[in-house]
Write a protein that binds this ligand. Structure first.
Ligand code: OGA
Ligand code: MN
Length: 296
């Protein structure tokens, strides 16, 4: 069965129809989806019927799945759970609870798992319960942002190495988002400042909220450069906002996009999203023996 691909934005993002991601899929159909993923960076599938098991099976077609760390309520499973509902009782978690403060980190533009030495290829987020208003996810096209840089800035990014850290990014929103046990699990990662798509050669800025500083530069100078890159690359013209319906599955390329959550009324409404995260084939750059922030 041939899928159909409908572009949703001049730069990236497409809606895929004619694919049932919750059922076993033949290789030819998957190859079309994979090609659309490389081309469009964000794929939206409506009216899917995914269970945890079928989401895992479909996600594995893209590559090996990450296992959630201690900071996520679904720790030890292939799921990063994004929800205001307690994983055991299903009750709404109060806004002042550490778990809700932790999730506020998703309001910052970021690339999933850029703080891991082997970063993520892509994430698959499936909407199980959706609030009646709010809670969109926004995406920014880092390829278009890269293309829009002037030649001097492009040259400056060549060879730059950036330390990423979840402890750093969560620290910018709150002191209590992570427990000492969670922090101990997250020493950080070094990443290149750009990533190249191996299929079509397109280059993308690689930064986001987890990017802390530039190796070999004065700390504040690197932070200012990263802040500028994040600001530049998330301009309105590079963005797409996805309004969720229950049953949506969205796949995004963490090599070529940033994304962020937007607010909803977490006291009045329920939201449950299940994310599987696919690892890339290796680190973007050699890793040090000790990360600079972890050594401080
Ligand atoms: C994620 C994420 C945004 C959202 O799942 O990685 O950032 O809107 N989610 O829940
Ligand atoms: Mn995310």
């Amino acid at each position: 069965m041939a899928i159909s691909v409908r572009p949703l934005h001049p730069l990236f993002c497409a809606e895929i129809s004619g694919a049932d991601t919750g059922s076993p899929m033949d290789d030819a159909t998957f190859a079309e989806i994979r090609a659309a993923f490389e081309a469009y960076s964000v794929l939206i599938f409506r009216d899917q019927t995914l269970s945890d098991e079928t989401q895992i099976a479909f996600s594995r077609r893209f590559g090996p799945l990450e296992v959630a760390g201690k900071a996520n309520p679904a720790t030890g499973t292939p799921f990063a759970r994004q929800s205001n509902l307690d994983i055991r009782t299903g009750a709404v978690i109060p806004p002042e609870d550490r778990r809700m403060i932790y999730q506020k980190g998703n309001y910052l533009w970021h690339s999933d798992s850029s703080f891991k030495p082997v970063p993520s290829l892509c994430s698959l987020l499936s909407a199980r319960i959706v609030p009646p208003e709010g809670g969109n996810t926004e995406f920014a096209c880092m390829r278009a942002a890269y293309d829009a840089l002037d030649d001097a800035m492009k040259a400056k990014l060549e060879g730059l190495v950036v330390e990423h850290s979840l402890v750093y990014s969560r620290g910018t929103i709150s002191d209590v988002a992570l427990t000492p046990e969670m922090k101990a699990e997250l020493p950080g990662a070094w990443q290149t400042a750009t990533r190249v798509n191996p299929v079509n050669g397109r280059k993308a800025i690689y930064a986001g909220a987890h990017a802390s500083h530039v190796i070999g530069w004065p700390r504040e100078e690197g932070r200012a450069a990263i802040a500028w890159l994040n600001e530049f690359s998330t301009q309105e013209k590079f963005r797409y906002s996805h309004a969720w319906r229950a049953g949506d599955l969205v796949i995004w390329d963490n090599r070529a996009t940033l994304h962020r959550a937007t607010a909803y009324d977490t006291v009045k409404h329920k939201r449950l999203m299940q994310r599987t995260t696919v690892g890339d084939s290796g680190p973007t750059v050699a890793q040090p023996e000790r990360y600079e922030l972890a050594a401080e």
